[in-house]
Design a protein around this ligand. Structure first.
Ligand code: AR6
Length: 179
């Protein structure tokens, strides 16, 4: 059988400018009505129709994901997921963050999408430490790829600064050795 391999890529940049993926993931809040950080950038680039569609969704629980159109973005869809607010790490944050990645991938797969880009969910305004968050992001995505071979062609992490990119590179190296 000719199984398509999933490429996992790391890139430095702005998630609103990733024309090579069908869907980008938004690090939203439970209202889904916009905010700062990557959420603000996505709404600004998508235009007001995105907010209009989000208003129909009745919010989203932490760890869950919902999908909308992408409007003026160079993608087909936006998946909105709500990361946990960091509160010391003993309040279920790790499971909730893993659920964001897992549920976003499931929703994309269910929609028939093969290419997806993630930001570093929860690592900005929600203060999740990057070391731990990047480990969870990469391990969750790699576990999904192993369990669903060929489901995705490209899973991309779009990191906003060099420190985040370096951190992901280090973690990805370690995980690949473990495989
Ligand atoms: N492209 C890629 N990554 C970005 C971009 C961008 N354009 N802008 C910021 N980042 P944050 P959170 C990075 O704060 O921590 C919002 O108000 C940023 O450097 O956007 O999940 C929501 O409405 C950081 O590494 O999301 C919620 O209220 C990462 O994206 C709350 O913030 C996530 O930072 C969610 O907080």
């Amino acid at each position: 059988m000719n199984q398509v391999q999933t490429k996992i890529a790391l890139t430095l940049g702005d998630i609103t400018k990733q024309g090579d993926v069908e869907v980008i993931v938004n690090a939203a809040n439970k209202s889904l009505l916009g905010g700062g950080g990557v959420d603000g950038a996505i709404h600004k680039a998508a235009g007001p129709q995105l907010l209009a569609e989000c208003r129909q969704l009745n919010g989203c629980q932490t760890g869950q994901a919902k999908i909308t159109g992408a409007y003026n973005l160079p993608n087909k869809y936006v998946i909105h997921t709500v990361g946990p607010i960091w509160n010391g790490g003993a309040h279920g944050e790790a499971d909730l963050l893993a659920a964001c990645y897992e549920n976003s991938l499931r929703l994309a797969q269910k929609t028939g999408l093969k290419t997806i880009a993630f930001p570093a969910i929860s690592t900005g305004i929600y203060r999740y430490p990057l070391e731990e968050a990047s480990q969870i992001a990469l391990a969750t995505v790699q576990a999904f790829v192993k369990a669903n071979p060929g489901a995705f062609e490209l899973i991309k992490f779009v990191l906003f600064d060099q420190a985040a990119l370096d951190c992901y590179y280090r973690k990805l190296g370690g995980l690949q050795v473990e495989l």
